[in-house]
Design a protein around this ligand. Structure first.
Ligand code: PHE
Length: 338
């Protein structure tokens, strides 16, 4: 081999040892084997050799080229392997690490409390019904013995729709709907959303009630008291501070309210009373309009009704003093009820 070629070979091997990455390797390839590479250029000197030496020299250059290419390929795959192991050790995946837990959804605290109330009444023999949230004046007021222009309508802070219908201000209209369509005896509860133009720490424009209605031949105020006392004990325990207060609703007579001691003193949790005979009469008129005898003759039938505020009960049970907490969807609040 000529001295020139020997020095090119030395230079190549030394440079190869110093190559640290694929980019440098490519640079090395170009430096020796590229169009203007050292080895490529050395072929040009072939013309200055005696004709007899030319084939030998050409052969040597070609051998050298193959051996360079060989070394380059080997070095390339070594560098690629190194790059892979390096990236594996940097972005290392520890398969023994415990997985991240997904936080599951859960029922909203109001739904949880509503479910508890429903369960308590089911254990007393009540079944569950529902009714529409958009109501006519007839069901929300008229049939419940709120005459037109009666001041009791002011108690309700009604949202009116443009067609004259209303967002129901209470679940009591469902009492009327049920008595219009079913014969007594009735023992039902009606959970649902209700709407009033009212907003402070204990009032929200949308809130939830559970209505109750029990109608039969000899239903008395004693049944009302017994049922509601049993209910209050089931929810708040027998040591809860509870009081019964006389009250007024157009659709019950006599009427009462129950207060329970809450985070900020007495809190009203429900209104109740004996179904007013005027309500039975309105319901009876609907049966008669359909050509049927009314099964709700106030002389033969009596009943009690109640309407429970779900938010109020949840506030007392969980010591919450602002009703808005239920609607803000703050995870820190909600996750306490998982
Ligand atoms: N509907 C009444 C209210 O929303 C509660 C109630 C229901 C009172 C049934 C008596 C009987 O305030």
């Amino acid at each position: 081999m000529t001295e020139d070629l020997q020095s090119i070979e030395r230079d190549f091997s030394q440079s190869l040892e110093q190559v640290k990455n694929l980019k440098e390797l490519e640079e090395l390839r170009v430096r020796f084997l590229g169009k203007k590479g050292t080895l490529t250029l050395s072929l040009r000197s072939i013309g200055s050799l005696p004709a007899s030496e030319r084939p030998g020299f050409g052969e040597e250059v070609n051998q050298l080229r193959r051996s360079f290419e060989d070394s380059l390929t080997k070095q390339k795959s070594k560098l690629e392997d190194d790059a892979i192991s390096q990236s594996l050790s940097q972005n290392c995946l520890d398969v023994t690490m415990p997985g991240r837990k997904r936080s599951g959804g859960s029922l909203h605290p109001l739904r949880q409390v509503e479910n508890e109330l429903v369960k308590a009444f089911q254990s007393l023999g009540f079944s569950v019904e529902t009714g529409p949230e958009i109501e006519t004046d007839f069901y929300n007021f008229e049939a419940l013995n709120f005459p037109q222009d009666h001041p009791a309508r002011d108690m309700q802070d009604t949202f009116f729709l443009s067609d004259g219908r209303v967002l129901r201000t209470h679940t009591s209209p469902v009492q009327v709907r049920l008595m219009e369509s079913k014969k007594p005896p009735l023992q039902v509860i009606v959970p649902g959303r209700v709407y009033r133009h009212d907003s402070d720490v204990t009032h929200s424009p949308v809130f939830h009630q559970v209505e109750g209605l029990c109608v039969g031949p000899d239903v008395s105020f004693a049944h009302l008291k017994g049922s509601l006392e049993a209910f209050v004990k089931m929810i708040f325990g027998s040591n809860a501070k509870v009081r019964f207060r006389p009250s007024f609703f157009p659709f019950t007579e006599p009427s009462a309210e129950i207060d329970v001691m809450g985070p900020k003193g007495w809190m009203e949790i429900l209104g109740c009373g004996m179904v007013d005979p005027n309500v039975f009469q309105k319901v009876g008129a609907s049966w008669e309009e359909r050509g049927e005898d009314s099964p709700y003759d106030p002389e033969e039938i009596s009943g009690f009704a109640f309407g429970i505020g779900v938010e109020r009960i949840a506030m007392i049970l969980h010591g919450i003093d602002n009703i808005k907490s239920f609607y803000e969807n703050d995870q820190r609040f909600l996750s306490q009820f998982v």
